[in-house]
Design a protein around this ligand. Structure first.
Ligand code: ADP
Ligand code: MG
Length: 754
């Protein structure tokens, strides 16, 4: 391993996939050639005028052609990276390229085929094998899986797939995803399960899987914590984090014709990817002081991997066919730039947030508890044993102890049962006591067992190696792996030497200054000239291409800008013409820009801004702490009693409804009529009235009672019905002047005027 302080470049490898069925069927030309030995990719432009053009050549750390095996890639390129993650470095693998060029194939591969498994499953195997072979080390492995789609982060392992997570930053540990779930895994099978769950969730959220996966970034994170006893006698923890990133397709998103929502969407889709490009440019530029990490979620999250303290490998995937030419060249240029990013890898030693430390402490705490509990038991037992018969103390076995205790209690219980000298009551009491003791014993035992199982469960999560290290096949496998490793290393060195030789070749040409003859000089110089000329042409072509690329990009940006300007103008127009000025001002005052979320937000209306004076007070509150009603103010002045002082009782004038009825008026009877009436009534003296029922009911009614009983209305000739009516309990029915409908009174015979 290289020294931890020195800087190293991002490693960039290129992989070209084979022609697929369709391309073969359509007879597409292959424009990419790969020189594995030299680590070079050459792309030739097959079209007319530029047919004589030299192919464009790019050199990388290593290149893989269509025959490359997944395992070769792993051994040569990814294994060293995962090894350093196991040592406590952070490591990142990016897969970059156009959709359909093999990013997912490289990262995940074909799940059920061991030959074609990608980096992620291969790294599982690698990590857990390493752990099982380790000695005197404790490991904790956990995994998370997330996705970034349209600048929103989704936790692929959480139950609630509709939730979006946020990025947060802490000064000590840097940028992290808040509430991201992570699962502790103890074996390859378990971590594979985690990956499968995430992959399922990835497709669940998408309506069109193809489009979705080509526009989203998937990041699988494996965190490996390792604890080892240091020379200072202390446990030291190293934490390595491996980010496995399957990026969105790098093809240009066509923004033409997009408007409104769709335009917004289009500009957002590959924001993370273009931000990644900008970060790379800024990093290798050498002049930029500002690296725009904050421009996108992806670059913020992977800040460490780009110019930070992580080791990084980028796999650029390309397609071989002619119709991919442009994208292939873009991908190669992009990754060519990334080669120059310098990282300063560093081991994360004893970080504050190591989960392993927490686990160890928790286990120690539980063990101590366990110790205390069982220690108490043993002491008790010892004391008792000495007291009783001085039995031997050699069986410290716990199970024995529990059995013994139970048997003893059982025996004692039996003894009580059989003891006839005891009174029944006393016996019951003693029996109950014994039973309670037995219960307690049980409970104690259960509690202890639970504690023990908890300790066991926690300990099982911490992985320790060295168990099957002696097993033979394992050993052979290890040797095999080492050999493979050596071969990979050998290849790498060969390639480097080849590349170096190429360089030297040119230099030596210059060094050979002495010529034996003029002809020779001409020959050599011509050769040199030719070579340099070719080089010049290549560089010129490259410059031309890059310029064209720039122009195209610029045009696209201008177009986007135009669209946005147009939309802005429209919005302005609407605001100027249709929104009242004060409303607009209100909104302008309330709007604030949220740096964290990169959006404009509205402050709630009710909140009084800190920097502003209180809003002017309502008139009713002037001079008081809060608005007061007239009543309360009066009460404050009039009464010493505090009760109504602050009560906002409203004083209102009584607002009575206007009457809709008339006062009752007694009928006015002319004296003549009255006399006649009297006569008429008198004549009816003989009429018998059966009012016994009424009497029973109206016994308390003085006006009616006696008269009715006597059957003589005559006795109260002037009392006037209205008066009695007022007193009676059923006035209207009983005393209506007409008397109609009343069964209690005789029908008048029409003598009484209405
Ligand atoms: P991407 O994720 O970049 O969109 P995929 O990984 O889905 O692309 O690859 C597209 C297709 O090409 C898949 O069917 C995959 O099996 C195939 N493929 C890609 N790379 C290779 C390779 N190196 N060897 C064989 N098949 C490949
Ligand atoms: Mg893919």
């Amino acid at each position: 391993m290289s020294k931890s302080k020195s800087s190293e470049s991002v490693k960039v490898v290129v992989r070209c996939r084979p022609m697929n069925e369709k391309e073969r069927a359509a007879n597409f030309e292959r424009v990419v050639s790969v020189d594995v030995k030299l680590g070079q990719v050459a792309v030739r432009n097959p079209r007319g005028a530029s047919a004589h053009e030299h192919p464009k050549v790019f050199t990388f750390d290593s290149v893989y052609d269509w025959n490359s095996k997944q395992l070769d890639l792993y051994d040569e390129t990814f294994r060293p990276l995962v090894d350093s993650v196991l040592l406590g470095f952070n490591g990142t693998i990016f897969a970059y390229g156009q959709t359909g060029t093999g990013k997912t194939y490289t990262m995940e591969g074909v799940r059920n085929d061991p030959e074609r498994r990608g980096v992620i499953p291969n790294s599982f195997e690698h990590i857990f094998t390493h752990i099982s072979r380790s000695q005197n080390q404790q490991y904790l492995v956990r995994a998370s899986y997330l996705e970034i789609y349209q600048e929103e982060i989704r936790d692929l392992l959480s139950r609630d797939q509709s939730r979006r997570l946020e990025l947060k930053e802490r000064p000590d540990t840097g940028v992290y995803v808040k509430d991201l779930s992570s699962f502790v895994t103890k074996s390859v099978r378990e971590i594979e399960h985690v990956m499968n769950v995430g992959n399922q969730n990835r497709s669940v959220g998408a309506t069109n899987m193809n489009e979705h996966s080509s526009r989203s970034h998937a990041i699988f994170v494996i965190t490996i914590e390792c604890s080892e006893l240091g020379p200072d006698g202390e446990n030291h923890i190293r934490v390595g984090k491996l980010n496995l990133v399957d990026l969105a397709g790098s093809e240009r998103q066509t923004k033409t014709g997009a408007q409104g929502e769709r335009l917004k969407e289009a500009t957002k889709i590959n924001l993370s990817l273009s931000a990644l490009g900008n970060v790379i440019s800024a990093l290798v530029d050498g002049k930029s002081t500002h690296i725009p990490y904050r421009d996108s979620k992806l670059t913020r999250l992977l800040q460490d991997s780009l110019g930070g303290n992580a080791r990084t490998v980028m796999v650029a995937n390309i397609g071989p066919a002619s119709y991919n030419l442009e994208e292939t060249l873009t991908t190669l240029r992009y990754s060519n730039r990334a080669k120059n990013i310098k990282n300063k890898p560093r081991i994360n030693e004893d970080p504050k947030d190591a989960l392993l430390r927490e686990f160890q402490e928790e286990i120690a705490r539980l063990k101590e508890q366990l110790e205390k509990r069982s220690g108490k038991k043993k002491k008790k037992r010892r004391r008792r044993k000495f007291g009783e018969a001085g039995e031997e103390l050699d069986d410290d076995n716990n199970a024995d102890y529990w059995r013994e205790q139970q048997e003893k209690l059982e025996k004692e219980r039996k003894a009580i049962m059989e003891d006839h000298s005891l009174v029944a009551e006393e016996k019951q009491r003693l029996l109950r006591e014994k039973e309670k003791k037995m219960d307690d014993l049980h409970r104690e035992k259960e509690a202890l067992e639970m504690l023990a199982s908890k300790v066991k469960a926690m300990e099982s999560k911490l992985l320790v190696g060295g168990k099957n290290i002696v097993d033979h096949t394992n050993e052979q496998q290890r040797i095999l792996e080492q050999k493979r490793h050596e071969i990979a290393e050998q290849k790498r060195r060969e390639r480097e030497m080849q590349q170096e030789m190429e360089c030297r070749d040119e230099e030596t040409l210059e060094l050979k200054e002495t010529y034996s003859s003029l002809q020779q000089e001409v020959d050599i110089k011509t050769k040199k000239l030719k070579k340099l000329f070719a080089k010049l042409q290549a560089v010129k072509a490259e410059i031309h291409d890059v310029q064209e690329d720039h122009i195209k990009e610029r045009q696209e940006l201008e177009q986007t800008q135009n669209e946005l300007t147009r939309e802005l103008k429209l919005k302005h127009l609407i605001i100027e013409n249709f929104i009242p000025l004060e409303e607009k001002n209100k909104i302008v005052v309330r709007a604030t820009f949220d740096e964290e979320d990169d959006t404009w937000k509205m402050r709630p209306i009710t909140r009084i801004q800190d920097d502003q004076q209180m809003m002017s007070r309502p008139v009713s509150a002037v001079g008081y702490r809060r608005p007061l009603s007239q009543h309360a103010r009066m009460a404050m002045m009039m009464r010493p009693d505090a009760r109504y002082r602050a009560e906002n009782i409203l004083m209102l004038e009584l607002d009575l409804p206007s009457r809709t009825t008339k006062e009752y008026e007694e009928p006015v009877i002319a004296p003549k009529v009255a006399a006649a009436l009297e006569d008429a009534l008198r004549e009816e003296d003989e009429i018998q009235v059966d009012a016994s029922g009424l009497y029973a009911n109206m016994g308390s009614s003085p006006g009616l009672g006696p008269g009715a009983m006597a059957g003589g209305f005559s006795k109260k000739p002037k009392s006037g019905r209205p008066k009695t009516g007022k007193k009676a309990s059923t006035p209207t029915a009983a005393h209506s002047p007409s008397g109609s409908g009343s069964p209690l009174y005789p029908q008048s015979r029409g003598l009484v005027p209405k």
